[in-house]
Design a protein around this ligand. Structure first.
Ligand code: ADP
Length: 393
């Protein structure tokens, strides 16, 4: 059913249109008549359903372009087709240019032309409305994109301020903490005279606490440096075996204090990587240190090197507390400390593995975990063997 508002003061013309539409058998029309523009406006402002307006241009209470101006205000969703005498054709064309859908000249159209004009005008109006809505949506999206860009710029700026703050604060904290370490160390070594055993024990606790504080401050500095993109890499060919032997040797006291054995499996074939020796060394130290930290006493840690095509893999396997499946990716996030039976006693910043992963990424390598709760964990670090593969894109 198409609801037609027909605005026409001439009764003969009104009847003619009604008869023409009655001929259109498959389509049903409901025709609502208005003789004056004032009546038409009342109908349009009521709840009455109107799909299309057929209107004369010259009405008793409105003439020429004023008719269309008035209709345009109230008929926002309905198409308007003017049915006018030939002397008003230029006005009808003007209305067309301002948004009317079509016009028909009285005496020059038949049933087919009228029906075609009605259908065409309804469809065209729908299309125009959809196009307007799409334009508005596009404008809204553009505004949202602009806002998001603004927010993202603000966040980047805030992030940079935060990184600078952490870097500055850590620098400022490190100097006095280093001083404390130095002077307590000197007292412990007897530089200020003999220290009685009970005081020595207390000083040792203070020394260890200070060491932990320094480790956290250093972690913060390392992370701020890598996040700001200021970490310079000096990559070269590095022989993995002597590096691993040195790391294990340096950490042997920490392992011995927990009665954990640490072994390097004999390496088959060459074991070179293309890396910044200092950074990669620090990354592997971190993983080996964690293997000790997160293992109960009397366990074993094994380090081994596997040669893969284009990659050298360094594996650190412990028999420690393990990591739950759901936490495996979390351990590489910044400040993420995963609760386990040892995390309260060992302490830490939750920054170590974040930094390790960033460094491995900067070498074009990968780090992965295999773990079982309360059985142990294997950290695998794959690093490129050759320079061409060590480029980060
Ligand atoms: P931190 O040791 O300072 O907390 P890390 O970034 O080095 O920070 O490690 C993040 C978390 O990953 C740790 O809090 C710990 O829960 C877990 N984790 C790291 N290494 C091991 C490991 N070898 N075995 C079990 N859990 C580990």
């Amino acid at each position: 059913m198409i609801h037609v508002l027909h605005i026409e003061d001439n009764a003969g013309d009104a009847r003619l249109i009604e008869e023409m539409l009655r001929e259109d058998v498959p389509q049903k029309y409901e025709i609502i008549h208005a003789q004056r523009i004032k009546d038409a406006i009342n109908i349009l402002e009521s709840d009455q359903e109107i799909d299309i307006i057929l209107s004369d241009i010259a009405l008793p209470d409105s003439q020429g372009d004023i008719t269309f101006e008035l209709l345009k205000k109230v008929a926002v969703n309905q198409p308007v087709v003017f049915i006018t005498g030939s002397h008003d054709e230029s006005l009808a064309i003007q209305a067309l240019q301002q948004g009317a859908q079509d016009y028909l000249l009285k005496g020059f159209f038949d049933h087919d032309a009228l029906v075609r004009s009605i259908h065409y005008s309804i469809e065209r109006k729908k299309f125009q409305q959809e196009a307007t809505r799409a334009k508005m949506r596009a404008r809204k999206l553009q505004n949202e994109a602009r806002l998001l860009k603004l927010k993202s710029d603000q966040l980047t700026e805030l992030n940079e301020i935060k990184d600078d703050f952490i870097s500055l604060a850590s620098h400022q904290l490190r100097t006095p903490a280093t001083g404390v370490k130095q002077y307590i160390g000197m007292i412990l070594q007897g530089f200020a005279g003999e220290v009685p055993e009970p005081q020595k024990q207390l000083l040792q606790v203070a020394y260890d606490c200070n060491e932990r504080q320094l480790t956290i401050v250093n972690d913060l500095l390392k992370v701020a440096q890598i996040d700001s993109g200021r970490l310079e890499m000096n990559k070269k060919r590095v022989d993995v075996e002597p590096m691993l032997r040195e790391i294990i040797d340096e950490q042997k006291d920490a392992f011995a204090s927990k009665d954990i054995s640490i072994t390097l499996e004999p390496i088959k074939g060459p074991s070179t990587i293309y890396a910044d020796p200092e950074r990669i060394r620090m990354a592997i130290e971190n993983v080996i240190d964690n293997a000790c930290k997160y293992s109960p006493r009397h366990r074993a840690v094994e380090v081994r090197v596997l040669n893969k095509p284009d990659m050298t893999c360094i594996e650190v396997k412990d028999q420690g507390v393990g990591i739950a499946q759901k936490d495996m990716t979390k351990v590489f996030e910044k400040f993420s400390r995963i609760y386990n039976s040892l995390s309260n006693t060992v302490g830490g910043s939750g920054l170590g593995l974040y930094w390790v992963k960033r460094v491995v990424d900067l070498h074009g390598g990968t780090i992965s975990i295999r773990s079982q709760l309360n059985k142990g964990t294997v950290f695998s670090i794959d690093l490129p063997t050759r320079e061409k593969d060590a480029k980060v894109t």
